[in-house]
Write a protein that binds this ligand. Structure first.
Ligand code: ADP
Ligand code: MG
Length: 700
């Protein structure tokens, strides 16, 4: 069967030994299908053969001829050897030269027919030579006629080198794989879409994407915009989106046990806790959330809003609705500091209300926890705040109606599977502080509904961002001094890179000590991820109270910390941070009534990309614009900081280039799944791909 060939491990291809198979695996290529869905990096037109007499220096040309003589030449440089071959066609002769490839003496021999593709250069006074060309030995004329030339005489795919696998080898492997593929492998794209888009069938598309016909415009190929290429990109997107749509659809079939209702009493109860007037964005998001909570199937909603846009109050109001219905709520945060901050906010906002709340973090004593867990199980506690791991793994609820997950920027399709796996079906509201570019939202969250809070609460002062060389540190210290003298506070952020955590920690500690001597009149605090929880808490509290003026911190402060009096942030080694991370950090200031400044200190030499990043930070404070730039600069795999390996969407497609195909795949997949238009075979196929990609995580 065709799928058998596609799923065949690559070591079954001729020429792929264990070593090459391992190298290919490292690059994410396990099966024949993986190989065929890895497009060439670019295409070169080597189809027009030139006569030797017409060659000109500087050209890149393809020629065909006979080898007159060939052999190794020694050069004056010890150990350096040239392989030479004199090639002749009907018009003349030219020398071909391969530096340091002695093994060619066993490959290229006199009297062979050969096709060459390479750069034409002047060779001293002796005429022209072709340097280090790609070549193909033509075994006999019949083989030429069967079009079995791969490396020359055609539009040639040029692959990325993967370890020991050269671009030429990969070309051979792809060719071999295509030859073994049956004429009509199973096609996951519905036929009517192929007809409507004028796209080729699967086998033809794979052939054309790797070995395009001579008439294919090379520019279109290199823009990855031929019908064959677009069809394959769409296929990837469509299968993945079908999985997401299936998950969403089947979620909507689950009847939840707890359905919230909203009446005037509850509306009034929610209104009464409001510390301020909601923005239009907050009102819109809240309306969407509460509408979902009243429906009989579990909500799966992503609440997107820039840092400081006010997501917390929306979640609290949703919690009030659930609690006033007599149900329980879980609020989960990625870190203990954040869980504690959420808890403090909740206690403040819900002050005087009858709800019973509890904080559940690693720091809660065993004795307290022994009391808490049964109380939660009996339904006596209305709301539990904790770190995600703790709540998910250890807590049983009596009547959990709403789970709020404050994932900040760490979330993804795969992790969310685990909540459903516990057999709970509460409404789920995921909050993210990273504005997600639409394309990524479609891939990562295509199974969820999305609410977006645009804009910030009124009265915010825009943050001024300055990019400065490390050598101008004195100016920055002067700025710190003047801000603190006016009663404000400052963050100094130090990067923490995994590989050298200890070293960096030392640097952050040294920085705190140094700043304490630079500012003897101020109190300098230090916060980092290796501190014990209560120690962290103590420092954070001192900063919150204003007892610490300058807080030297690693990125632990990045996630959601709220100190409105802090108006200055200095980021050390800003060139090491990603754009979205810098945006998150900067979101810690500009939260109060005072003007704020963010100084990005960089240490030369810095890369062009780093320069781009810092410039983007200075140019805009719109998180959505920054997210788009970040996606362009870093690519989708790195967007969330960790590489999401193996997303099938990202095999052939490119989330910045192929936006239209992704949108179309999203729409088509949702519509077809919702209306039951995909056949059992098609659904099985989608499930099997998801199974392969995500292992245990089930779709539907
Ligand atoms: P984020 O979306 O980053 O989680 P928060 O919910 O922490 O933002 O809100 C940021 C700050 O803005 C908080 O101090 C909060 O009290 C305040 N805030 C939120 N909504 C409003 C509003 N509508 N009017 C005034 N202040 C608001
Ligand atoms: Mg927040």
């Amino acid at each position: 069967m065709a799928e058998d060939v596609l799923q065949m491990p690559l070591q079954y291809l001729k020429g792929v030994g264990p070593r090459k198979a391992a190298d290919l695996k490292k690059a994410g290529l396990n099966s024949v299908e993986d190989l065929l869905f890895r497009f060439p990096r670019r295409y070169e037109d080597r189809s027009r053969l030139q006569t030797i007499i017409s060659l000109k220096p500087g050209q890149t040309a393809a020629i065909s001829g006979v080898v007159l003589n060939a052999g190794l030449a020694h050069t004056r440089r010890p150990g350096f050897r040239l392989f030479n071959a004199l090639i002749q066609d009907d018009s003349g002769q030219v020398q071909a030269v391969w530096p340091n490839q002695a093994f060619l003496k066993d490959v290229i021999r006199s009297q062979q027919r050969i096709v060459l593709f390479g750069k034409v250069e002047m060779w001293g006074s002796r005429g022209l030579q072709i340097t280090d060309p790609e070549f193909e030995i033509i075994k006999d004329d019949s083989e030429r006629e069967t079009d079995a030339t791969l490396h020359t005489g055609r539009i040639v795919p040029v692959y990325e080198r993967t370890g020991s696998v050269t671009p030429n080898m990969q070309r051979r492997f792809v060719w071999q794989a295509l030859e073994q593929l049956s004429a009509e492998p199973y096609d996951p794209i519905p036929h009517d879409i192929l007809v409507r888009e004028h796209w080729p069938a699967r086998r033809e598309a794979l052939q054309q994407a790797h070995f395009p016909g001579a008439e294919t415009p090379v520019d279109t190929l290199n823009a990855f915009a031929t019908p064959a290429q677009r069809r394959l990109i769409f296929e990837d997107f469509f299968v993945f989106q079908s999985g997401l749509a299936l998950r969403r659809h089947e979620n909507a079939q689950v009847r939840k046990a707890l359905i919230c209702t909203v009446d005037d009493r509850i509306r009034e109860s929610a209104r009464a806790i409001l510390p301020f007037k909601l923005t239009a964005g907050q009102r819109g998001a809240l309306a969407e959330v509460v509408a979902d909570m009243q429906k009989p199937w579990p909500m799966q909603r992503l609440l997107q809003g820039d840092v400081g846009s006010g997501k917390t109050i929306v979640a609290i109001l949703a919690a009030v609705v659930a609690m006033d219905n007599g149900f329980q709520v879980a609020v989960m945060a990625p870190t203990e500091i954040l869980a504690e901050q959420h808890y403090r906010t909740l206690v403040k906002v819900l002050d005087g209300r009858p709800y019973r709340t509890a904080l559940l973090t690693g720091r809660v004593t065993a004795a307290t926890r022994r009391d808490l867990l049964p109380a939660i199980a009996r339904g006596e506690i209305n709301l539990v705040v904790g770190t995600q791991a703790l709540v998910q793994e250890h807590v049983t609820f009596k009547s959990l109606a709403l789970t709020v997950i404050d994932e900040q920027h760490r979330f993804g399709v795969v992790q969310r599977g685990t909540i459903a796996a516990k057999g709970l079906h509460p409404d789920v509201l995921v909050m993210t502080a990273t504005p997600i570019p639409r394309t990524l939202a479609l891939t990562e969250c295509g199974d969820m509904e999305v609410s977006v809070i645009r804009g910030l609460p009124p009265g915010r002062q825009p943050v001024t961002t300055l990019v400065k060389a490390d050598s101008r540190r004195d100016e920055v210290y002067a700025l710190v001094r003047s801000e603190v003298a006016q009663g404000r506070q400052a963050y100094v952020i130090y990067p923490l890179v995994d590989e050298s955590e200890k070293v960096d920690l030392k640097a952050a500690t040294a920085m705190a000590e140094q700043l304490a001597t630079v500012f003897p009149e101020f109190t300098v605090g230090l916060l980092h991820g290796r501190m014990k929880g209560d120690e962290k808490e103590r420092v954070m509290h001192a900063f919150l109270r204003g007892d610490v003026h300058v807080l030297v911190s690693t990125t632990v402060v990045e996630v959601g910390v709220d100190v409105p009096n802090a108006t200055l942030m200095v980021v050390e080694h800003a060139e090491r941070f990603g754009l979205s991370q810098l945006h998150q950090l900067r979101g810690r200031i500009g939260r109060g009534a005072h003007r704020s400044t963010c100084v990005l200190l960089y240490q030369a030499p810095w890369s062009d990309e780093a320069r781009e990043r810092l410039r983007a930070m200075a140019d805009t404070s719109d998180g959505f614009v920054i997210a788009e730039r970040d996606l362009q600069l870093r690519g989708p795999g790195d967007f969330f900081g960790t590489r999401q390996s193996g997303l099938p969407t990202l095999r052939a497609g490119d989330l910045t280039r192929d936006v239209d195909l992704l949108e179309m795949a999203f729409e088509e997949a949702r519509a077809r799944i919702e209306s039951g238009q995909l056949s059992a075979t098609q659904l099985d196929y989608v499930r099997s791909v998801w199974q392969r990609q995500f292992g245990l995580i089930t779709v539907g």
